[in-house]
Design a protein around this ligand. Structure first.
Ligand code: AMP
Length: 274
């Protein structure tokens, strides 16, 4: 596995199909599953490791975001990565003034709680696509709205990258794997899987005939009672992310809630509760 820190040094074999996994590091099985998939489907697996400052809103956890490059490089190699691109902030942004704004899909949900977040994501992903020039890029459905924003950007800007969205990997108790789970103290960590349990509960209630409104309200109240500060919990159209009144198996339940100071997000398709 080769590690590159500058765009000018980056050398990726161009005769082969290139699979690309953009990440911010602090790897867990969710990240590694994307790398394995990329390696399975493409000849070359490229991983970027870059804690992107522009996707953190003011007052968020950019400074304390977990960083352990030596561990990450070891794990990436074991998952089949051939190339890791780990640039500095200066390498990515010095002199750079262009921003990519994906209107509409970026505005709701995460966008309203994290101002500028998706502009930062779209900008860095667009830059990374142009730097790496992958055939296929792999993203986790854990960040469902991010998948939709990237998909819209690729379509609108004719970026010519195939996108592959992969299932959320979970801990044994159902908690979606996330680098931010490391922030949870043992007591909050024990509470955290309730987020997924309530999504499953709301999904099966809706599929069983309970109205979307009642199922969502009940799950949200249960989370609040358990100690979560719910920011949003909604049943949405999988493409537009607009709320729906009538559920379909592919409708998406999306949630963001804080446990203490840690913000957790999760989502499922209703059909996952069947
Ligand atoms: P991050 O390092 O958090 O930016 O995540 C890098 C990629 O890993 C993104 O495409 C995420 O959606 C994906 N990812 C994060 N957590 C998970 C998970 N639990 N399962 C699958 N993919 C994930």
């Amino acid at each position: 596995m080769k590690v590159f820190r500058t765009i000018s040094d980056l050398a990726i074999p161009r005769h082969a199909t290139v699979g690309f996994v953009p990440t911010m590091g602090a790897f867990h099985e969710g990240h590694l599953s994307l790398m394995r998939k990329a390696k399975e489907e493409c000849e070359v697996c490229v991983v970027s490791l870059f804690v992107n400052p522009t996707q953190f809103a003011a007052g968020e956890d950019f400074e304390r975001y977990p960083r352990d490059e030596a561990r990450d490089l070891h794990l990436a190699e074991s998952a089949g990565a051939d190339v890791v691109f780990a640039p500095s902030v200066e390498e990515m942004y010095t002199g750079s003034t262009t921003r990519v704004v994906v209107d509409g899909i970026s505005e709701r949900w995460e966008g309203s709680y994290r101002p500028g977040h998706f502009e930062g994501v779209a900008t860095v992903v667009c830059k990374l696509f142009n730097i790496v020039r992958p055939d296929i890029a792999y993203f986790g459905l854990k960040d469902y709205q991010q998948c939709r924003v990237v998909q819209q950007m690729v379509t609108d800007l004719h970026l010519g990258v195939r996108l592959s969205f992969e299932p959320t990997l979970r801990e044994a108790d159902g908690l979606a794997m996330s680098s931010r789970n490391a922030y949870l103290d043992p007591q909050l960590r024990r509470l955290a899987p309730e987020l997924y349990r309530q999504l499953l509960g709301a999904a099966s209630a809706t599929l069983g005939g309970v109205s979307v409104e009642a199922a969502v309200a009940s799950a949200s109240a249960n989370l609040t009672r358990s100690g979560f500060e719910v920011q949003y919990l909604a049943c949405v159209d999988p493409i537009s992310l607009e709320p729906v009144d009538r559920a379909r198996p592919d409708s998406r339940l999306i949630v963001a809630a804080k446990l203490g100071t840690t913000r957790l997000i999760d989502n499922i398709a209703l059909a996952e509760a069947q």
